[in-house]
Write a protein that binds this ligand. Structure first.
Ligand code: S3P
Length: 418
């Protein structure tokens, strides 16, 4: 399989959620261009509408008429977050600071995911939160008057950090969140760009009460979606692929760095600043791939890309060892168990570690059927591995890519050459 041409991957998922939320919380019109129109982002739009925000049908270019935090009122139905952890956790922060009772529900996968990590800081700020014994959904938040807080999160999580910052913004109180390592920083950037008073010191972010102004957002390409095509080009037997307009924020591009260390040829062209985010075209060409080592410090900047990295490792020379990746166990599926069992099912050598995995690469053909557990990133990672020459991989649920990349299979076919 060779690759050629260029591709503009869809808008960044994290920035798309936030563009809607900040659009609704600002005062006045915010134009949003290039938003990701995927199931997860539709979930955030739906939850905001249920709370009374004026969110139009999502299109490539539309305006949200924000009416400030006070416009968000008692929902009449449970807030359905579908498969989206980002919707649940970010909107839990917003709901906690309003005088409302809001019940968050979701699909089977989301309902199993840990919500205490947001419930605890929101309780520390004065909200009352009801959770089932297993700590997932349904979660009911009784919001109201919050007070300031300094929260130390046990996990590096942009969702936890954002829940606290959004609660502080809506409540008009001060808050500081400290995490063990720096997670993606889109919330901080977007707050600051809209006039929010944010201070960053090492792994701590502080917010001082400040009103948000409306601001237009041009959503850049999603580096987590671009990662699949970077991997495809790295696994190809020839050619190169240009990925246009990708967000190259440092907190997001750990995967590209690792792929380069493994031997892929990667160049960044035309780096520019678009709306407070660095954006570039990324050109990827194949190289001789060798195994790599990923430790705890590497994980936050590539937390969603580890399934793809593991699949590349199965075709690289030597061993790849990933540790410090406990968070993968509580994503849309247990991505450590699922990646390892699927790699083994197609004939690759892989072993589960408590907090990661060990993979020994080879160039023998990999064939078999993948069980995705409805996890979009597993479907796409194994879809890319299946496109590599000699492999024949069947995916049990191809449609689950709709969560983050509805046209993934079309784009995957489009850039391949015989
Ligand atoms: C996200 C944060 C990450 C990431 C998720 C999106 C965000 O989750 O895995 O896909 O937009 O804040 P965690 O905060 O749980 O690490």
């Amino acid at each position: 399989m060779k690759v050629s041409g260029s591709l503009r991957v869809p808008g960044d998922k994290s920035i798309s959620h936030r563009a809607l939320i900040f659009g609704a919380l600002g005062e006045g019109p915010s134009r949003i261009t290039g938003i990701l129109r995927s199931a997860d982002v539709h979930s955030t739009a739906g939850v905001l509408r249920e709370l009374g925000a004026d969110i139009p049908v999502l299109s490539s270019d539309f305006v949200v008429h924000g009416r400030g935090p006070e416009s968000l009122t008692q929902p009449l139905a449970p807030l359905d977050c579908g498969n989206s952890g980002t919707t649940t956790r970010l909107m839990s922060g917003v709901a906690a600071a309003r005088p409302i009772d809001a019940t968050f529900v979701g699909d089977a996968s989301l309902s199993r995911r840990p919500m205490r990590r947001v419930a605890r800081p929101l309780e520390a700020m004065g909200a009352r939160v009801e959770l089932p014994a297993h700590g997932g959904l349904p979660m009911t938040i009784h919001g109201g008057t919050l007070h300031e807080a300094a929260w130390k999160s046990e996990v590096a999580s942009a969702q936890v950090k954002s829940a606290v910052l959004l609660a502080a913004l809506v409540a008009g109180v001060r808050a500081t969140v400290t995490e063990p390592a720096r997670s993606r920083d889109h919330t901080e950037r977007m707050l600051a760009a809209r006039g929010g008073r944010v201070r960053i010191e090492g792994c701590s972010v502080s917010f001082e009460p400040s009103a948000l102004r409306a601001l237009d957002t041009a959503v850049p390409g999603d580096p987590s979606s671009a990662a699949f095509f970077a991997a495809l080009a790295a696994l190809a037997t020839g050619g190169e692929l240009r990925l246009e307009g990708v967000c190259v924020n440092d907190t997001r591009i750990g995967f590209l760095g690792q792929l380069r260390r493994m031997g892929a040829r990667i160049t960044e062209l035309e780096r520019r600043d678009e709306g407070g985010e660095s954006v570039a075209d990324v050109v990827v060409a194949p190289g001789t791939l060798r195994g790599t080592t990923i430790g705890e410090a590497d994980v936050p900047a590539m937390v969603d890309e580890i399934p793809m990295l593991a699949c590349v490792a199965a075709r690289a020379e030597g061993e790849t060892v990933i540790t410090g990746a406990n968070e993968l166990r509580v994503k849309e599926s247990d991505r450590i168990a699922a990646v390892v069992s699927n790699l083994r099912a197609i004939g690759a050598e892989a072993e589960e570690l408590p907090d990661g995995m060990r993979i020994t690469g080879s160039d023998r053909p990999l064939a078999g059927r993948i069980v995705t557990h409805g996890d979009h990133r597993l479907a796409m990672a194994f879809g890319v591995l299946g496109a590599a020459s000699g492999n024949a991989i069947e995916i049990d649920d191809r449609d689950c890519v709709a969560v983050s990349y509805p046209d993934f299979w079309r784009d995957l076919a489009r850039v391949q050459r015989a």
